[in-house]
Ligand binder design. Structure first.
Ligand SMILES: CC(C)(COP(=O)(O)OP(=O)(O)OC[C@H]1O[C@@H](n2cnc3c(N)ncnc32)[C@H](O)[C@@H]1OP(=O)(O)O)[C@@H](O)C(=O)NCCC(=O)NCCS
Length: 194
């Protein structure tokens, strides 16, 4: 495996920023906000707000992601975190029907993947997922949720695969719990502390 990984932190923020600048305006902030950015605004304005807010959360230790490197070059990431860090999932209509797990366990979420265009199809996202799960285990484990798209039409568009694929999660032992609307599924796996 030619890849290495580092956690998103103050030290790696500039690497994340280099990649996020190629991705668009989200900066992986969507699921970190309970609600949309108020007051409309242009894509350019949203990009600036998201960049600023992401940097603040990283400095405060409230944003988690695995960054994947090939040599010194960041090539992709997987955003993960405890439920409290990714509250937007709770607002989804499909998710509200199912609800969080009944067990009294720490709940983690895997919400976003991004791989630099030139490096797609080489196992970067797969590596990022394995590393994120290992990191969750080291941080005490719990129930981990994923929300991959199952709609074939949507999954054919790379930009719609930011949640990852059902196959990626199945290979890591995730089980499908319920549909999320007509296009996605909720998957879960329990990771023991270790
Ligand atoms: C989805 C994405 C992360 C996959 O990354 P990757 O490193 O290419 O993925 P991997 O090589 O590890 O393969 C992982 C899965 O993606 C699938 N995949 C990879 N390239 C694919 C392609 N061109 N078409 C369809 N599926 C593909 C693989 O088959 C594998 O799925 P499986 O395990 O079910 O077979 C990447 O395509 C991407 O970054 N897309 C843009 C997402 C985005 O815009 N994110 C930002 C939102 S904030």
């Amino acid at each position: 495996m030619p890849f290495t990984s580092r956690e998103l932190s103050r030290e790696t923020l500039s690497d994340f920023e280099a990649l996020a600048a190629k991705q668009g305006s989200c900066w992986c902030m969507h699921y970190q906000r309970p609600k949309p950015i108020p007051g409309g605004g242009t894509t350019t304005e949203h990009r600036a707000i998201n960049r600023r807010d992401k940097a603040k959360l990283v400095r405060e230790g409230r944003s988690h992601a695995i960054l994947v490197y090939e040599g010194q070059t960041p090539v992709g990431w997987c955003q993960y975190g405890p439920r409290e860090e990714l509250p937007r999932i709770d607002a989804g209509r499909g998710y509200r029907k199912v609800g969080p797990p009944a067990q009294d366990a720490r709940l983690w979420r895997i919400t976003c993947f991004f791989v630099d265009r030139a490096n797609r199809g080489r196992g970067v996202a797969t590596f990022a997922l394995k590393t994120a799960l290992e990191s969750i285990r080291r941080q005490g484990g719990g129930i981990v949720e994923a929300y991959p798209v199952v709609s074939k039409k949507m999954a054919a568009v790379p930009e719609w695969r930011w949640f990852g694929t059902p196959g990626m999660f199945r290979k890591e032992g995730f089980r499908t719990v319920a549909p999320l609307g007509t296009s996605g599924v909720l998957m879960r796996k329990t990771i023991p502390s270790g």
